[in-house]
Design a protein around this ligand. Structure first.
Ligand SMILES: Cc1cc2nc3c(=O)[nH]c(=O)nc-3n(C[C@H](O)[C@H](O)[C@H](O)COP(=O)(O)O)c2cc1C
Length: 333
């Protein structure tokens, strides 16, 4: 199977509009939703709000959070009917709210329950995966990680996405839990060597094309989170390096493609709901600052489509006028 490039589930970031944008940047990426809890699916008044997505996002995987296998099985049926490509269980989130619900990272303490939850997800008939940490708190022990993977893989789940650091359940907030516990990419590669029949994907701290190219040979795929969000064109550079595309898209081309996405939404998609995800569009170029300033002009009363139309004039006035040799060949259409 081809090595995969995935975009991580990120609460409040990878909503459907963000995913649609990232799909335009990276046609070969596998997209993950933000985590949706089973009560939000089964008891919520507006499941469409959490579960709705556009066909262009496919392949898109729904990430679920929960600890009750019976509820998980029912939520999985709902997700299947929505048309998701696959389902993923969150065993990596250390937030106090999630710990209180006894799901997320603390599920790593009960691998047999994780196996049950994965079997419940798989009862939908969809492919399933689990996203987990190396371990919990200060216990750094490859043997415990291997036991977790072995116990869970005795059931239906054969796909493991390893956020390659521990989760500290006490004393660190979720943001610090993505920075402070040491990264051990080699443990993901070691899992692949120990269990070659399993699909092992590496996540955590990957920020450059070279890092991705360096790690990919040892695993079945890589998943990028913050770097994908803050520097989306990095994804296209990785695709280019992997021979999956011939040229890089330009910011202007992506804005044109986004107009096609935003058009049918009309007034129902206010500009800020899309523009909040576009801050990294010009990352690393001379236009980055001016673009971020311009994004600040998006008004809640204007549609995303109208804003994107307006941005064509901005590109002419600000970018092309300031540096014709750099930007004029990147005009939209
Ligand atoms: C804002 C934000 C929200 C996140 N929400 C989730 C989530 O809902 N589910 C999950 O499994 N991980 C979540 N994560 C963790 C990421 O999926 C990823 O594992 C982590 O950021 C490490 O990867 P990175 O170094 O490439 O960012 C979140 C991360 C961020 C920055």
């Amino acid at each position: 199977m081809k090595k995969t490039l995935s975009i991580a589930p990120m609460m409040d970031w990878t909503d459907r509009h963000c995913r649609a944008f990232l799909r335009l940047v990276c046609p070969s990426c596998v997209l993950y939703t933000e985590m949706v809890t089973t009560p939000a699916i089964l008891l919520g008044k507006t499941p469409e709000r959490y579960l709705g997505f556009s066909a262009l996002e496919q392949p898109v995987i729904l990430q679920l959070g929960g600890e009750d296998p019976e509820a998980m099985a029912r939520a999985a049926q709902v997700a299947r009917d929505y048309g998701y490509t696959g389902l993923n269980l969150n065993c990596g989130c250390p937030s106090p709210r999630v710990q209180k619900g006894r799901f997320g990272a603390c599920l790593m303490q009960t691998p047999a329950l994780v196996r049950e939850l994965m079997d419940a997800l798989a009862s939908s008939g969809l492919p399933v995966s689990v996203k987990h940490r190396l371990g919990l708190d200060r216990q750094e022990d490859y043997a415990s990680l291997a036991r977790f993977v072995e116990t869970v893989s005795a059931g239906a789940c054969q796909h493991f996405i390893v956020h390659a650091r521990n989760a500290w359940l006490k004393g660190l907030n979720p943001a610090a839990n993505r920075e402070v516990p040491p990264l051990r990419w080699d443990w993901a590669a070691q899992l692949k060597q120990t269990y070659p029949h399993l699909r092992i994907e590496l996540n955590g701290g990957l920020r450059t094309v070279d890092q991705v190219l360096g790690q990919l040979p040892g695993v079945d795929g890589v998943m990028l989170g913050r770097a994908a969000y803050h520097q989306p064109l990095l994804l296209a550079e990785i695709e280019l390096a992997l021979g999956r595309r011939a040229t890089l898209p330009t910011p202007a081309e992506l804005l044109c493609a986004l107009e096609d996405y935003a058009g049918p939404w009309g007034e129902t998609l206010p500009a800020p709901r899309l523009t909040r995800h576009l801050h990294g569009l010009y990352y690393g170029t001379s236009g980055a600052k001016a673009w971020r300033r311009y994004l600040g002009t998006a008004r809640p009363t204007e549609s995303a489509w109208a804003f994107l139309q307006r941005s064509r004039h901005w590109q002419e006035a600000e970018m092309v006028a300031s540096s014709p040799s750099r930007w004029s060949h990147e005009r939209c259409r």
